[in-house]
Design a protein around this ligand. Structure first.
Ligand code: FES
Ligand code: FE
Length: 384
């Protein structure tokens, strides 16, 4: 037996095989969610938009990051910029649309302060009558932005954490080496499909579920046909550098095991016929298979609600060929629905007295304990 003290200060006796989970209120308490927004989502690199979704100068998207709305726009020089979506005059929300395109500026609908695509204040009614106003002081508030894997990652912190030590380290730590992901050349792939899932569950449920495969035999019949080792309950994420191997006779990562598209040109022999899953904390999953990549971005909106945008990415020439990718897309769409149904099923009970002290992790789930430690360390950390 081992003695475990829960966050709530309750001491429980657990057999060695089991580890304690977070208590139920971590998934429902608005106070915990507010701490997560402030100390996790607003302090980490957050994968916000896909660069190709903003193809030309003036194209923009607004994205919820923690408690803030962030405006991301492509500038006249072709680079992406990110700003807090707040007018510097009296604070009106500048853009209310989720996406769109402007010609050369953003104009606040309230008193018409006007900002360039680079965020600079370029005009305001009667501004010439206020010669003491330095326009450069009243531009939009900038947010750090970094592009990687074809996506714009933003960070609201004044001093962002090292991108290499957080985002890239999560990827290379999982794949067993820093260059492993480069083989898939994700930033050169095109969008074959995007599906948005409105999941009635806490964002941590979705991460925990993704990290384990104890559930695979029960809820993922199609996936375990393609990846038979998943039926044993050990997720690819249980081992560093391990990709789950396709079953004998499986031709591709498709809903019925039929052939997918051709192997991506950079994918090596050791990566062929294998599936790799990566969690990039706090809100991204990357799934690598030989002929495509599936990337999930989560947008936590409430303690019990998370939007998930899932992108299926293929070689541009595969997309141009008009090839039928429906069986390829259907496999992970089914997996997603199966997973999110399970997350919603758990979310329903998080406030039950039966789960007040949480549940337990079996050995094939023990690595989820590290995620719980990470969450606790973040939200318990003193303000920066
Ligand atoms: Fe935006 Fe006044 S609040 S111009
Ligand atoms: Fe699953």
């Amino acid at each position: 037996m081992s003695t475990t003290e829960t966050t709530a200060g309750i001491t429980t006796e657990l057999p060695q095989s089991l580890l304690a989970t977070l208590p139920g209120h971590y998934y429902t308490d608005p106070g915990i969610f507010a701490l997560e927004q402030a100390k996790i989502f607003e302090e980490s690199w957050f994968c916000a938009v896909r660069g190709a979704d903003l193809p030309s100068p003036g194209a923009f998207q607004t994205v919820q990051v923690g408690r803030e709305s962030v405006l991301i726009a492509r500038g006249r020089d072709g680079a992406l910029n990110a700003f807090l979506n707040v007018c510097r005059h009296r604070g009106a929300r500048l853009c209310t649309a989720e996406s769109g395109a402007v010609k050369r500026s953003f104009q606040c609908p309230y008193h018409a302060w006007t900002y360039g695509l680079d965020g600079k204040l370029i005009a305001a009614p009667n501004l010439t009558g206020m010669p003491d106003i330095d326009r450069t002081e009243y531009g939009l508030t900038r947010v750090h932005l970094r592009e990687w894997l074809g996506y714009a990652w933003v960070c609201l912190a004044d001093r962002p954490p090292s991108f290499a030590d957080t985002v890239m380290a999560d990827v290379s730590g999982r794949l067993g080496g820093p260059g492993e992901i480069d083989a898939y050349r994700i930033d050169e792939l095109g969008l074959g499909q995007r599906i948005e899932y409105d999941v009635r569950a806490n964002w941590k449920q979705i991460i925990e579920n993704f990290m384990e495969c104890y559930h695979c035999a029960t809820i993922h019949p199609e996936l375990t046909e393609v990846l038979p080792e998943f039926a044993d309950g050990f997720a690819a994420q249980y081992y560093v550098g391990h990709g789950a191997e396709f079953g004998e006779g499986v031709q591709g990562f498709t809903v019925d095991g039929s052939a997918g598209a051709d192997r991506l040109p950079g994918v090596g022999e050791h990566q062929d016929r294998r599936y790799y899953a990566i969690t990039v904390r706090p809100q991204v999953f990357v799934n690598l298979v030989p002929d495509h990549v599936i990337l999930h971005r989560m947008f936590p909106l409430a303690p019990d609600r998370t939007l998930v945008q899932c992108d299926w990415l293929y070689l541009p020439e595969v997309l141009e060929s008009g090839r039928d990718l429906s069986r390829s897309i259907e496999l992970f769409d089914r997996v997603n629905q199966q997973d999110f149904d399970a997350c919603e099923r758990c979310q329903l009970t998080m406030d039950s007295r039966a789960y007040a002290n949480g549940g337990v992790l079996v050995p094939s789930e023990h690595h989820i304990g590290e995620f719980h430690d990470w969450v606790r360390a973040k939200i318990d950390a003193p303000d920066r």
